[in-house]
Design a protein around this ligand. Structure first.
Ligand code: SF4
Length: 366
């Protein structure tokens, strides 16, 4: 079976509706082959440090939204962040992701600059140190520039849905949560020199395969070099999740959502062969091996959680997050065991960025 020309919304939507197991199996195998050809055999790891759950925003789906009074707020100390970064370095992860709720006050933005600078200095061995991804929401262009200068070079800012109406249906109204701000922030990140990443939720109320096909084309149009897509998992302490919460991993609806997520990964690998595509942790809520299945469908990045166990339970954007009791070492051991079992090779101590020298056609910007 030939897999070419995924560049139109109708073809993508048809694949998202496809139920024939043989055809889907061929699609996943082809995506894995494309991944091997353009990004090599191995996968890349980024140690995820959830620095704080304090957020100024109130997204209707998010468990750490400012309006949720049931969550205990925390902020890791500089020492904790650096300790987790050091663990990532020594574990051979090659990169870290600093993720947290969105804040724009000077105390916060200056602290991030300081932390990024210190993390870059961690490698006493004379290597180039950890690659640093930030995922800290919408900021001014000046702040993005300041963090880039401090040493961060990737930024992940998910759009959650590229369809304006759907986006607006999952966010409060008003300028703080505006769709145009998100688009502008993504453009600013690229202009400031970041390797820019974005992503969406899959299975949102009111979402259609046409929306998802539009999301895939959006990633290509905006020039995303990294993409993280995860299933929408309702959180009970949110307006969207307050009713009808399901957490049964065996329910057909969850199986359907998992399959849809795998299709999205495989289609995106064909559309953006050189991109970094994350196998997101949320997939594990739907199936214990959900993340590994995404790797076999074309994803090539995993972000093992480094966050201190004492606060991990307080960083739940969605419900049912796995590994809440695991230490950083437990997380590493389990991940390595699962990857070994499937014969998936890890590229240790590598940043694993899509090469800047890579021609546009490889990233999909044809
Ligand atoms: S999704 Fe992000 S910006 Fe929105 S409330 Fe959650 S942490 Fe804050």
């Amino acid at each position: 079976m030939e897999f070419r020309d995924f560049n139109d919304a109708r073809t993508l939507a048809r694949w998202l509706e496809e139920r024939d197991e043989n055809k889907l199996d061929a699609l996943f195998k082809s995506a894995l082959e494309v991944k091997r050809r353009f990004r090599g055999e191995g996968i890349y790891l980024r140690g995820l440090i959830e620095i704080s759950n304090i957020c100024r925003k109130n997204c209707l789906y998010c468990g750490i939204r400012s309006g949720n009074r049931n969550v205990e707020r925390y902020e890791l100390t500089d020492e904790q962040v650096l300790e987790e970064a050091r663990f990532s370095l020594e574990a051979g992860y090659g990169s870290v992701v600093l993720q947290g709720g969105e804040r724009s006050d000077g105390v916060f933005t200056e602290r991030i600059s300081r932390l990024v600078y210190k993390i870059k200095k961690l490698d006493a061995g004379g290597g180039r140190g950890l690659g640093i991804t930030l995922s800290l929401g919408e900021q001014s262009r000046e702040v993005y520039r300041e963090w880039f200068r401090a040493g961060a070079h990737r930024y992940l800012l998910r759009i959650e849905s590229s369809d304006r109406r759907l986006y607006e249906s999952i966010h409060p109204s008003g300028p703080l949560h505006g769709y145009d701000n998100r688009i502008k922030a993504l453009e600013d990140l690229k202009s400031e020199g970041y390797i820019m990443g974005t992503g969406v939720m899959i299975g949102l109320p009111g979402q259609t395969v046409e929306h998802l096909a539009g999301d895939l084309l959006f990633f290509k149009k905006i020039g995303a070099a990294m993409v993280g897509m995860g299933p929408y998992i309702p959180h009970p302490d949110t307006p969207m999740g307050a009713s009808g919460v399901r957490l049964c991993p065996d329910s057909s609806a969850d199986a359907g959502k998992l399959l849809l997520s795998l299709k999205m990964v495989a289609l995106l690998r064909h559309l953006l062969p050189g991109a970094n595509i994350a196998a997101t942790t949320a997939l594990q809520v739907l199936a214990p091996d959900g993340r590994e299945r995404a790797l076999l469908a074309g994803a090539n990045v995993v972000m093992p959680n480094m966050t201190d166990v004492s606060v991990r339970k307080n960083y739940q954007l969605y419900s049912g997050k796995s590994g809440l009791e695991d230490t950083a070492q437990d997380t590493k051991d389990k991940l390595v065991q699962n990857l070994d079992r499937l014969g998936i090779r890890v590229e240790w101590n590598e940043w694993g960025d899509p090469g800047k020298q890579m021609p546009d056609c490889i990233l999909g910007n044809r």
